[in-house]
Design a protein around this ligand. Sequence first.
Ligand SMILES: [Zn+2]
Length: 395
Amino acid sequence: MNRRAFVSMLGGATAALAQQRPYDILIRNGEVRDPGQKLRRRADVAIRNGRIAAVEDRIAPERALDVIDASGLYVVPGLVDLHTHCYHSATATGIEADPVAARSGVTTWVDAGTFGYSQMPGFRRFIVNPAQVRIYGFVYLYMNDRNPDDDAIRYIRSQMRATGETATRNRDIILGVKVQVGSNMSGRYSPEIFRIARELCDKYKLKMMAHISFAPPETDEVMPQMRPGDVVTHCYNTHTIGILDANKKVRASVREARSRGVHFDVGHGSGSFNFAIARQALEQGFPPDSISTDVYSSNINGPVYDLPTTMSKLLALGMSFDDVVEKCTAAPARVVDRLPGMGSITAGGPADLALLAIESGSFQLIDSQKNLLKTEKRIVSRLTICRGKRLVAPM
Ligand SMILES: [Zn+2]
């Protein structure tokens, strides 16, 4: 047989195999949960070319090249962590996105302002492009790079235009501007810097992600300035800019902001998630709009660990499994708003999936203030699939 005939025969064999086994991956026998679509059914999920190809009661295993048995597992949309740190700066060293994603079910990371506009090319080239997972970001407007002799307000104002233009030019991966609203971050300039951030986001029509920590400004001054689609992160902190008043009641200004479409995000972090505050909020009908970790290098070994651990904390505080999953999939995907089908399991949509288990046993959870919470259930990830491929953690 000459070479051409051999190659043609091989091509024919590959085509025949593709016909017999049209799916790259088949996940069988799992419990499919996609609360964003109120989908709960035992079903098989087939993947082809990076997309969900079929969700059916039963799909023959002979039709796929790679068959995964998900018996006893929940097949959920790939988790979207709305507040993380993937970029590397002196103050907040990010995590390695792919290995952490591989063990935690996350398929989309949102970097919440670890980089300023001047670091944008590095963020795209060294963080977003090489990653198998999907990475987006909020560009920061901070005082970090200021020469101590510079007037702080003049310095921040000098960053406005470049920050707004950078966010606009990189709209495919930049979701908006991150601002730290807190005197611990910006000292006496805090209220003025918040005003400048507002002005910037209005001018360039960008979402604002506002970290809230210590007054001034006061909560009741911040909330009316948040627009629909903006994100308030660290919503269950113990700080003086918080969602509860002195009587532990959810503030009217906070409820009013939510009713206008302001998004309240957990953003656990080293110092911003407290069991008692979260419990009080949940009891008063104020669940989070999204559950996120604020993970970075110095909290990944506790108290944050990973997103399934943060999810377990909200589960232990009384949220249902479906609600917890929705707040890590469809809900944050609406904030990202860059990829149709993200955060859901839909034929034709991106094949981003997490295989989760609920383990039973005796577990201890810890919040940012080192309070302990005993629980008998915890959520763990067994497999992450992103862009139709298994994410494998390096040895
Ligand atoms: Zn953060």
